[in-house]
Design a protein around this ligand. Structure first.
Ligand SMILES: Nc1ncnc2c1ncn2[C@@H]1O[C@H](COP(=O)(O)OP(=O)(O)OP(=O)(O)O)[C@@H](O)[C@H]1O
Ligand SMILES: O=C(O)C1=C[C@@H](O)[C@@H](O)[C@H](O)C1
Ligand SMILES: [Mg+2]
Length: 180
């Protein structure tokens, strides 16, 4: 597992990509990156500000740059990378992700996404009158795209983060064994 390739987590807001990514990086002793944080660091501004000033399109351009930059920078040493929920929206990103050997789709139902995102107001796309409807609409569009780029799918509903991280490691091991 130490020599396994980059582990890239995709999935909707509230799937736990950031939370599980951190746990995986600790247990594998690898560096952890989160594309949302890298975008904020590169921009010197937070995500709500970027959405307000540059729109979603401006944010998506930054997301592609961050993804490419991180993969180039860490081409020699495998990392754990949590992505933003909308990374699969751009064809260019799907192509980049499709070329990566280990992309994990953290699946969460809309009900669970809603519960997990309710406490934060840092997700501009959910600052609407009806976040449940928004999450459902995003899910309908994005679920097939996550599946398209993923090599492994792990269900996260009603599971403690530590339990999800263990399931991810088991699923990755199984996938790598099947491929070898
Ligand atoms: N398996 C889990 N069980 C319970 N709570 C969880 C679980 N996974 C994540 N959470 C909680 O849900 C919230 C959202 O998790 P997190 O930020 O990791 O999601 P994310 O997939 O990175 O979302 P985003 O796409 O918006 O970055 C956090 O408060 C986190 O503690
Ligand atoms: O699902 C999305 O489109 C987003 C998810 C977050 O991770 C951030 O990348 C941003 O809030 C947009
Ligand atoms: Mg996150």
């Amino acid at each position: 597992m130490t020599n396994a390739p980059n582990i890239i987590l995709v999935g909707p807001m509230g799937a736990g990509k950031t939370t599980i990514g951190r746990l995986l990086s600790q247990s594998l002793e690898r560096e952890f990156y989160d594309s949302d944080r890298v975008i904020e660091e590169n921009a010197g501004a937070d995500i709500p500000w970027i959405f307000e000033k540059e729109g979603e399109d401006g944010f998506r351009k930054r997301e592609t740059q961050a993804l490419q930059g991180m993969l180039e920078e860490h081409a020699q040493t495998p990392i754990v990378l949590a992505t933003g929920g909308g990374i699969v929206m751009r064809e260019e990103n799907r192509q980049i992700l499709g070329e990566q050997p280990l992309v994990v789709y953290l699946y969460a139902s809309v009900a669970q996404q809603l519960q997990r995102t309710a406490k934060s107001n840092h997700r501009p796309l959910l600052q609407t009158g009806n976040p449940r409807e928004t999450l459902q609409r995003l899910f309908d569009t994005r679920d097939p795209l996550y599946r398209q780029v993923a090599s492994v799918i792990v269900e996260t509903d009603s599971r403690h983060p530590k339990n999800v991280a263990k399931k991810v490691l088991d699923a990755i091991n199984k996938h790598l064994l099947e491929k070898s």
